[in-house]
Design a protein around this ligand. Structure first.
Ligand SMILES: [Zn+2]
Ligand SMILES: [Zn+2]
Length: 261
């Protein structure tokens, strides 16, 4: 039995809380986030189809100049009020009911459900084993299972080394922090070859972690990658000049850790 990504049934049970008020407007009785709040705070915006930066109906100049390793990005909301607090409640308090509500908000956003339907696999971004032990669950895996349990490939990506939390680093150091930190689990490499996948994360900031993951997926022959996130910050995507470095480092990590395929 998969307990929606929690490491133990006890943790999952603790995460199941009763809700009587909406987390945003405090209307009662309500789901963790009520429908009027979704209508009010999750209105779709024109976004770059590649990096989901708001304010662009077509690929933004950065994506035209340095396309990332994925084909398109979809997000439900802009990072900020009230979603930052909802995400914190989900991520740091292990609030599974909130996870279900955030997934519901995602499915409400244009294009997300068809993209999930077209994909063969939904791949959540992994946490490092250390961070998984600290937190007790991978919030992105929980989200994935609420979005498309049957397509969720939980262990497809591995963190090859732990990284400093991205939020604590200046923008310029983030890419260096994650380059070569991700590899495809050799057990799933063959199954992913030629596939169309959705790569899922809770938040995209500069996209550098997603880029490392997408490069690792490309390396085993994944044919088409759609990045899907709950929330997108307004930060531009980090430049793509590091792509070849990350591929090389990933290759080194994979062969070092798992041997040559
Ligand atoms: Zn509400
Ligand atoms: Zn863009």
């Amino acid at each position: 039995m998969a307990w929606f990504g929690f490491t133990s049934t006890a943790r999952w049970m603790r995460s199941q809380r009763g809700y009587s008020v909406c987390a945003v407007c405090h209307a009662w009785p309500a789901q963790p986030i009520c429908s009027p709040c979704i209508e009010r705070f999750a209105q779709p915006l024109a976004r770059c189809p590649v990096c989901a930066l708001p304010g662009h109906a077509h690929p933004c100049p950065a994506c035209l100049q340095h396309p990332p390793a994925w084909a398109r990005s979809l997000c439900a909301v802009s990072y900020g009020y009230p979603w930052d607090a909802c995400l914190a409640r989900f991520k740091f308090e292990g609030d599974s009911a909130m996870g279900r509500s955030l997934a519901h908000v995602m499915l409400h956003a244009p294009g997300l459900e068809p993209a999930l339907e077209r994909a063969q696999w939904l791949i959540p971004m992994p946490l490092s084993p250390q961070r998984l032990r600290q937190r007790g669950f991978n919030q992105t895996l929980v989200l994935a299972r609420h979005l498309a349990q049957g397509k969720t490939l939980a262990q497809a990506l591995l963190r090859t080394r732990d990284t400093a939390p991205q939020a604590s680093l200046p923008k310029a150091q983030r890419l260096q922090n994650v380059a070569g930190t991700m590899a495809v689990n050799p057990r799933h490499a063959q199954a992913l070859n030629g596939c169309r996948v959705v790569l899922l994360d809770d938040v995209m900031t500069t996209g550098s972690s997603l880029q490392a993951a997408a490069l690792a997926l490309r390396q085993v022959g994944v044919g088409h990658i759609t990045v899907m996130v709950f929330a997108r910050t307004d930060a531009p995507r980090m430049g793509a000049s590091t792509a070849s470095v990350a591929v090389g480092e990933n290759a080194a990590h994979v062969s070092h850790r798992f041997g040559s395929p």
